[in-house]
Design a protein around this ligand. Sequence first.
Ligand code: ZN
Ligand code: ZN
Length: 253
Amino acid sequence: MASPWPLLLKNLFLPVFCRECGRRLLTEENGHFCPTCWELCPRIVRPFCSVCGRPHQERAGFGETRNFPCEKCRSLPAPPYRRIYAAAHFGGAIAEAIKLVKFHDKHRLATSLAVEMAEFAQREIDCAAYHALVPVPLHKVRLRERGFNQARLLAEALLPVFSNARLDESLQRIRPTRVQSRLKDAKERASNVAGAFAVNRDVAYDGQTLLLIDDVVTTGGTVAECAIALRRAGAIHVDVLAVAIPVETDPLA
Ligand SMILES: [Zn+2]
Ligand SMILES: [Zn+2]
């Protein structure tokens, strides 16, 4: 456990406040959010969609534990990935934390987000089945600007949970793309990432099951393109694990 002194001293001279509710932080926690705001973010629990990972909220509270595809996923052709897992709804302190990691270099928060993913994975995923964790890559220009890839930070922190997996960075973003969340519709997002990923030519994933790691999955366009490239290089199954996913029934979605 981290020593309480640095925060106590900081609080004396330079108080730290929760970015959600403004309350003064009195514990080390993650340094940005109070435990109440952090816990208030809805986590994804069973039953959830066995394809897109979104919760079946209409079935919550009835003791149903079996996951099954949602209506939307049933009506669409099977995506190139097998399934998406997400630990939480995209909203509140978790959404804020994702932005702070990505755009404000708050690396320590990546550890808190990885803890959420690890808890979800230990509860819901057959962790030993994966040969590699593959972070969704940034284009090299974006990587140079930002200095780090948030998906890689998450994958690295998750490695101990996946006993048979290595960290694999052979997947590359071969052309720059625009930020998906800033594009207006699914069509524009799909064309933004189409053919944007490739695997180094000397890499073969023959017979392997891979887990793609990302912070947020929105329409699934980016992870679908990544899965196409990974399967072209021989992977049998590509699943996705994200910190959060927007859930349509959320007031913020
Ligand atoms: Zn708070
Ligand atoms: Zn679904």
